[in-house]
Design a protein around this ligand. Sequence first.
Ligand code: NAD
Length: 478
Amino acid sequence: MTVHQNFIAGRRVDGGEAADNVNPSDTNDVIGAYARASREDAQQAIAAARAAFPAWSRSGIQQRHDILLKVSAEILARRDELGRLLAREEGKTLPEAVGEVVRAGQIFDFFAGETLRLAGEKLASTRPGIEVDVTREPVGIVGIITPWNFPIAIPAWKIAPALAYGNCVVFKPADLVPGSAWALSDIIVRAGAPAGVFNLVMGRGSVVGDAILTSRDIDAVTFTGSVATGRKVAAACVEHMRKFQLEMGGKNPLVVLDDADLATAVECAANGAFFSTGQRCTASSRIVVTEGIHDRFVAALTERLKGLVVDDALKDGTHIGPVVDQSQLDQDISYIDIGKAEGARLAWGGERLNRAAPGYYLQPALFTETTADMRINREEIFGPVAGVIRVRDYDEALSVANDTAFGLSSGICTTSLRHAAHFRRNAEAGMVMVNLPTAGVDYHVPFGGRKGSSYGPREQGRYAAEFYTTVKTAYTLP
Ligand code: NAD
């Protein structure tokens, strides 16, 4: 089997080792072999980025715009093929995967435009005769470290702004899903990114990720992944006094009030908690329901879950694909056991499922009669497992919703304008959803959270410039 190589300094490089990329819907299906870079490979990629930076950071905006637009066009033209690859390696359903690929294309298109729109400011000086200019310059060499659950969209929303604003990139995708990252990198290189401007180094976090974190030549690190790894990234970046941005876990609440439209609330809960196998940082894993609607809501949601088909991600009619791998499956099952031991009632699901091919299939699990202090309601499970918490009224719902170490996305289902407006103002989260699932966002507006979910400037939309540029204030006496 040919090994998909890394892209370093404009060359394709083997790396010392290679690893198989295995389909979680059918573990007999090997998608391909992908190089695993060594620490030295990563260091070469960083050196190449450093060497390319002076020219690229001064390159014309038309050149950068054209490259990004070309990347977007190819991604969109190959949406079905790339979507298939993504569904095959990550396990989300084919429609979800194609949707994610389209999103990546849209992001490159958006940042192609942003290349042309980056603005500065001209101000009067407090001192007569002097002019003040505030401009944005690229931050430098950006290390990009991404998780497995959005194999193309998250890389896209970090790589596109990095290149748009004139930075050089060293990109380390998650070990588990190198296929989409490789395909995206191949497109970027063929679209004309000059040698060294964009480098792909696939491999282990402890090797490649660590080489990025410990290098003196990296100017900024953008990371999405778990809280535990995020802490390591933060510590290493503080040590080197470099800019960093972290997007981490979530324990997102969906509040359902007595006056909610039942069908809307059930759809928001089913989608937000269980679609994409619950493997979304914005998944609604805590469903906070007021007592007047509680029993009707639980009955309707359970009926909805009974109708969801868990099967091969590529199969027509599948609603929920497999869990991504054995270790995530073990974690999900261990939390289901923890929930039972804590006294929660398993209202539906939680069974390991067998399908035609060997895969990591798990029935969505809905717990009821849970309390806010149970571990299943406090720790991120990152699987198709959610807990319903019964509350008296809106005030208690808001207080339970905010009672978490995380703060990424917070949702409410209600027909009351007063409660919706109050919740929008008082939910302690970076994103608030009213009558919508907690997961599912636009690409032209900021994405990110508060508290333990995020650190540093927001991602996406024009707010991305906060991270990928650095401000210069110039005073001139003409
Ligand atoms: P992870 O932290 O295990 O890995 C993330 C990345 O960090 C991977 O590329 C990994 O190889 C790398 N890494 C691991 N150890 C490292 C080290 N010592 N040094 C440098 N890099 C290292 O996370 P994961 O399991 O891939 O992803 C799941 C997590 O991501 C969940 O917690 C989820 O909530 C979070 N996530 C957050 C967002 C968000 O925007 N807030 C989006 C998606 C996923």
